[in-house]
Design a protein around this ligand. Sequence first.
Ligand SMILES: C[S@@+](CC[C@H](N)C(=O)[O-])C[C@H]1O[C@@H](n2cnc3c(N)ncnc32)[C@H](O)[C@@H]1O
Length: 269
Amino acid sequence: MNGSTSFYSTEEEFRQYLMRASYYTILQKSLVSLVPSDSKVILDLGTGTGSTAMRVARKCRQGIVHATDIRQEILQLAEDIAKREDIPNIHFAQADMDRLGEYLQASKLQPDLMTALYSFHHVADPLENKQRVVNEMYAGLKKGGKVIIAGLYVELDPKDPGYAAAIEQQYLMRCEEAYISVFWAVLREMLDAGKSLEDTLNRASQVAEYSKTSELNAMRGAISRAKAEVPEYLVTRQQMRQIFENAGFRILLFKPINDIGEAVLLAGK
Ligand SMILES: C[S@@+](CC[C@H](N)C(=O)[O-])C[C@H]1O[C@@H](n2cnc3c(N)ncnc32)[C@H](O)[C@@H]1O
């Protein structure tokens, strides 16, 4: 497992850590539960290994999910998983969220649902750039359509005094949550599978430690933003609400799912 970047690049890496972290699983469940099952054209942005997009595809049997990511190699992996899991109504395509309008025009897609789990924060600073992308979302969405963005939020703007200290405090809590939730998830799985207690404890500690390191890397991305190897352009919930309202969306729901920063936004056109 390579802890140097917050972009996982193998299925194993994703399964070892992210899929077992309490905040990822709850966020994903919350997003999927908000998906209208009669959605026809669904666009998933920053799909990664496609875990969320595939769950959405299973829920929307009459629809087709267009699962997009900027990285071709992760799309290949996601496509292999979808084939192996026999999910026919999902299609993978390379697309840069930062150029959403262009992608929608070129692909002639008019989605009735757009989803993004832990990916919208990759749209770069400044805030005006995120505003432009959300305006393009609104323009490209079918009338009556919905957008569900599930992700992480911070308390302060980077220009506010105390931003770095606030991020550090938030990520210390995230590191603890990552360690504890992943440790216990691995422990349960291995003991259930009949592994020895010694092997289980060693493995659970190793994966939990890796999870903590990944959160620490993400913290650096959130503090240094454009200067980081993998920037995390996190915004506050107030900024996100404002951007969506400015674009013309109705905010139908915008609720935290825990006290370490995750929240789900459901907006309608
Ligand atoms: C944490 S992962 C997303 C997890 C995924 N949505 C899921 O449900 O498991 C973030 C993804 O966003 C992608 N990404 C980063 N910048 C992007 C961009 N500008 N456009 C599209 N995808 C991007 C990364 O390649 C990465 O796969």
